[in-house]
Design a protein around this ligand. Sequence first.
Ligand code: 5GP
Ligand code: ZN
Length: 112
Amino acid sequence: MSESDDCLFCKIIAGQIPSSKVYEDETTYAFNDINPKAKVHVLVVPKKHYANVAELAAGDPTELAHIVSIAQNIADKEFHGAYRLVFNTGLDAGQTVFHVHAHVMTGEKLDE
Ligand code: 5GP
Ligand code: ZN
């Protein structure tokens, strides 16, 4: 069994678990967070499984830049280009799903 066989976000990307899709292309999938922390709270994930943002940055920096540009596009549409981009990394930082995901929070003025 590979790492991704037991990964919630790999299953969402494969369509085995339903999600509310915001954007999709060949390499990347974006969907609404099930427990939103802002008016608009989207998770942007590479279709290829990487455990965290450091692994993605080392393995595919172009995809990391692509994820940032998708976040920008969502915020351009939802809130004049303003957004918060968060990659929780490690259990003690609150990472609960070990398939890298950008939290894009936007759509309203955010608390500091
Ligand atoms: P983390 O805590 O790992 O940074 O973020 C995981 C995020 O995934 C959380 O914000 C959580 O609400 C979201 N999440 C967990 N399970 C599901 C799910 O089944 N569907 C969706 N759309 N989001 C999920
Ligand atoms: Zn995965």
